[in-house]
Design a binder for this molecule. Sequence first.
Ligand code: ZN
Ligand code: ZN
Length: 91
Amino acid sequence: MKMTNHIIYLQETYQMEECPQCRGAGQLEYDVPKPHAGGFNEGYIDTEWGDCELCEGRGEVIKPCPACGEDMSLWDTMHGIVCQACQEEEA
Ligand SMILES: [Zn+2]
Ligand SMILES: [Zn+2]
């Protein structure tokens, strides 16, 4: 049945949202502390660009349920602002 497949697709596909850590860029500037070398200086903080740890460079993350923190599916977001489990709890 075509309709059923569509529902399963929605339920199994995660709702993605822009990564809050890198704001969708996928990369972040990290502080890299450099220890002092040879006693000439006190060390310093260098910065390097690298993949965002939260989204692993993808720039987007699975939207968490605002109530329980579980991964939200497309189905969940179509039917409410919280996940299906939370929606059933409220009903
Ligand atoms: Zn990110
Ligand atoms: Zn929930």
